[in-house]
Ligand binder design. Structure first.
Ligand SMILES: NC(=O)C1=CN([C@@H]2O[C@H](COP(=O)(O)OP(=O)(O)OC[C@H]3O[C@@H](n4cnc5c(N)ncnc54)[C@H](O)[C@@H]3O)[C@@H](O)[C@H]2O)C=CC1
Ligand SMILES: O=C(O)[C@@H]1CCC=N1
Length: 267
């Protein structure tokens, strides 16, 4: 199986890292191309052993899967640029936020197109990925796509209309968690801990809690920490007073709306 990554930024790198780490792909079967940054491609070649798409672009013609991993505004130019080099057998796997299967097919014709929304935890094999595909994707190709995506984490097959929600929760989600970790660290320092100790404590608290989340119901876990009239109850009361759930609700709603807007903007 051959894959060409069109767009070689942080998302493509996370996926390449996951595929090679899990030995689902050999580096020699992966090729990368981008808009203009040859140094970036050379770096990926040095780091992972992947190929760089050559001027003649045989790699594109031989590809079973084309990973589309550029910003939404660059999709049209990228597809216009590669469409004459694609074989009819290639499946396009887009991770671009918002841009619909219909829009992609308008540029390349009735090629099989799948849209996935992974996240950067692909790098450590722990992406939470949602995927939807068009009717042109055969059962065998669906099977290969599941394999490719499950090598970087969990896979949830959804209807394309649900991908905006997947993007808002799982695609963007790691950033909310990092933001929460930053806020906890700042609060720890404000309450007298050294920055180094604060960071170590917060990092391990997140790591331990995220392990626990795998095994028990979220609310049950929370209740087990929360002694009546204790410290956690006081902390949670502050979250409730400040409408923490409302804030998170708005955060996810705005991210999903932005995903829809990107789809309209780059139709
Ligand atoms: N970073 C993240 O956490 C996630 C990103 N995504 C999606 O992945 C896509 C890529 O995001 P990043 O990797 O973060 O962006 P990035 O900015 O790190 O990389 C974009 C890459 O696209 C290339 N590119 C631009 N125009 C091109 C063209 N015409 N032909 C070929 N290559 C071209 C750039 O040279 C660059 O290598 C975005 O659409 C984003 O919505 C999806 C899930 C998570
Ligand atoms: O922020 C973005 O638009 C992309 C999509 C999901 C994560 N990063």
């Amino acid at each position: 199986m051959n894959i060409v990554c069109v767009g070689a930024g942080s998302m493509a790198e996370s996926m390449i890292h996951g595929w090679i780490n899990k030995r689902i792909m050999k580096a020699e079967n992966i090729a990368v191309m981008n808009k203009s940054d040859l140094e970036r491609l050379e770096n990926l070649k040095d780091e992972y052993g992947v190929n760089i798409v050559q001027k003649e672009r045989v790699e594109l013609r031989d590809a079973d899967f084309i990973l589309l991993a550029m910003k939404p505004k660059d999709v049209e130019a990228a597809l216009t640029d590669i469409k004459d080099n694609l074989s009819g057998n290639a499946v396009i796997l887009s991770v671009v936020a918002g841009v619909s299967i219909e829009t992609i097919q308008r540029h390349v014709g009735n090629l099989p197109v799948a849209r996935a929304m992974p996240n950067t935890s692909a790098k450590v094999g722990k992406s939470a990925t949602g995927v939807a595909w068009s009717k042109w994707v055969t059962l065998e190709q669906q099977h290969d796509l599941r394999n490719l995506l499950s090598s970087i984490g969990s896979v949830t097959v959804v209807d394309e209309s649900q991908l905006d929600a997947v993007t808002a929760v799982a695609g963007s989600g790691p950033a909310y968690i990092y933001y929460f970790a930053e806020a906890m660290t700042e609060a720890a320092v404000a309450n007298g801990l050294s920055p180094a100790d604060a960071k170590r404590l917060v990092r391990q608290t997140f790591a331990g809690a995220s392990d626990m989340l795998q095994h028990e119901d979220f609310a049950v876990l929370r209740k087990k920490v929360t002694s009546p009239n204790g410290t956690t109850a006081a902390g949670i009361a502050a979250l409730e007073r400040n409408d923490f759930k409302g804030i998170i609700g708005e955060c996810v709603k705005d991210a999903a709306s932005r995903s829809q807007a990107l789809g309209r903007e780059f139709k």
